[in-house]
Design a protein around this ligand. Sequence first.
Ligand code: BG6
Length: 797
Amino acid sequence: MKRPGCWKTPAVAVCLVLLAGLQAQDLQGHVSIILLGATGDLARKYLWQGLFQLYLDEVGKGYSFSFHGAALTSTKQGQEFVTKVLESLSCPEDVAPERCAELRGRFQQLSQYRRLRTSEDYMALSKDIEAQLQHEGLREAGRIFYFSVPPFAYADIARSMNSSCRPGPGAWLRVVLEKPFGHDRLSAQQLATELRSFFQEEEMYRVDHYLGKQAVAQILPFRDQNRKALDGLWNRHHVERVEIIMKETVDAEGRTSFYEEYGVIRDVLQNHLTEVLSLVAMELPYNVSSSGAVLQHKLQAFQALRGLHKDSAVLGQYQAYSGQVRQEQQKPDSFHSLTPTFAGILVHMDNLRWEGVPFILMSGKALDERVGYVRILFRNQAYCAQTEARWVADQSQCLPRQIVFYIGHGELGSPAVLVSRNLFRPSLPSESWKEVEGRPGLRLFGRPLSDFYAYSPVREQDAYSVLISHIFHGRKDSFITTENLLASWAFWTPLLDSLAYEAPRLYPGGAANGHLLDFEFTGTQVRFSQQQPEQLVPGPGSAPSPSDFQVLQSKYRDSPLISAWPEELIAKLADDIEATAMRAVRRFGEFHLALSGGSSPVPLFQQLATRHYGFPWAHTHLWLVDERCVPLRDPESNFQGLQAHLLQHVRVPYYNVHPMPVHLHQRLCAEEDQGAQMYASEISALVTNSSFDLVLLGMGTDGHTASLFPQSPAGLEGPQPVVLTRSPSKPHQRMSLSLPLINRARKVAILVMGRMKREITMLVSRVGHEPKKWPISGVLPSSGQLVWYMDYEAFLG
Ligand code: BG6
């Protein structure tokens, strides 16, 4: 082909480059990008710009492109919209304005809008792509379908696309999906199954735009490039805590119909903050550029997450929110939303690297500033002999030591990586990260900026531009795989369920929030630091608060009764148990405690684990009152509850822990295995007179206690100290201490909590000794003491 002017120098050099480009173009092939939802908000704000950036970055490297904006909007309106957006596209700062205009012009020529509604429209699109390839003699490299549409539209689009728009053999297909990816574990699973019927896993790119934020995308490379310095530091021995924070000043006005369905945990924590958490917490793969290895290590990190419970979270809602929902969704004046717009969550990982390190995840709308960061704060175990005025940033070990991935906004105003100078000088790729210039007076995380080695990107890039480039290069580690998604929902769904009816704390918004949303954590529990001020309490302000009540002491079934609000009741019971333990250890050198399972004792276990530093754990033997016939690792197992909420936090010697032998010879509670007899022998060998120092019982709504149920005679009398029984509810098979053994105890405490117990509490208060009907009525220690602990809801209703 004749190429005019190419023989003249200096144009020769330019022509050679062009020729090389054209040949390379032939080599790499043609890519068609179809943007569905091309007239939407996301497309207008980010996606068109991201596609333009991709074009700028890649066109010289041998690819040819065509961009198809598509939506339901009519062709005329859509074309007008797209033309307007394309005119506003910008180039990187170092591109001269004329050159930028020229590039934009070329991009515009390659871009067109079309209406895509029916399956015929999809067929026509595919035909047009094929015709273009043929006409221009291009080899097809692949097609990208970017679904910037609400999830309810996914299935129809996917079906049409799958049946008529797949590229020919040898070319790839990439389908890009935007959140929300479900509402909980089940809906995410359903959506995933539906999508899997159309697309292969490797074809799907689920976007979490936080993975495209430059500081977030730098976490793994940073860990990799600074392996040597971080190797000894990135663990529970050195890290005091990790904060993963996304604060916003905006509220949810204008999008309450979405927000009301989701709330802050689903909107931000389940995805953005969890992804960041996994990048910080995962084991570092040997090769961080292997997508497969990164994704696999990420999944392992999910597996190490300790389950969350109600007390792992504090929730808030900005005051204007309910009003906005009422207005935007025509709700009656009486409507009050329970949707949280603020959440602080305490997460722990159960693995050797992170055990005991608190990970704080926090996000909220209508807060005092917009900022996002991950802060790894290291323990400080130094004492500095000189006065603070003489401490030098890069030498003093007494100054705080921290690494911060500053995602953006805030005081600094741009993404950054900050490393305290007293840690180490980090290595970052100099072509993409530069040292931040000094900003006298600027303080971050309690220190002047000059205390940090601080780096920011040479070229700031929007997250979507980064991700579009990663899609193009097939970098799957920047996206959410199905397994990853389901693991995240599996982690969050139980917490979301348990919080569904919790009233969030109301906050005024902005700077006026003061310290209202500050929270504190101990052990696995988190709570607001301040009491809720009265004027913010919704509904009748006169509801009694726990502190309005004293712990009441009276009698129930002729035995002492202690009643209080739950928190105080648990505190009192824990104190009493500790006092009993101290007495027993002083007198006999050991303390034998038999504990029930279920949900009522959980707060007690937590209280003992986190508040009772003087407890003589080293001399305590822990026994089970009853057990479900499931493996000990099963979440239903009483022992598992004890392990999760108490054992793993205290130091009870291994040989003092006595789970019930329900799982023998690879089967559960078989009579022939004689598990009950084995447990009885163990008790008789270790507990003097088989008389426990303290037995903690509960009472079921049917009057059962331990695993001794009405209408089932096993264990109510007779010589067998430990028995196999049957529960009316699943799992049916149980093992239990018998009533005669329980009644040998020196002390029995019965804990009854919650409104559900109100009726049985009233009933049992009137009945005599009728263990067959109400096994609880058979609890009468022969020479020991019985004490009832009831909260007001169980006792007063
Ligand atoms: C989105 C959430 O995923 O992230 C929004 O749906 C939130 O509620 C937004 O405002 C925050 O993203 P960025 O990039 O502004 O920090």
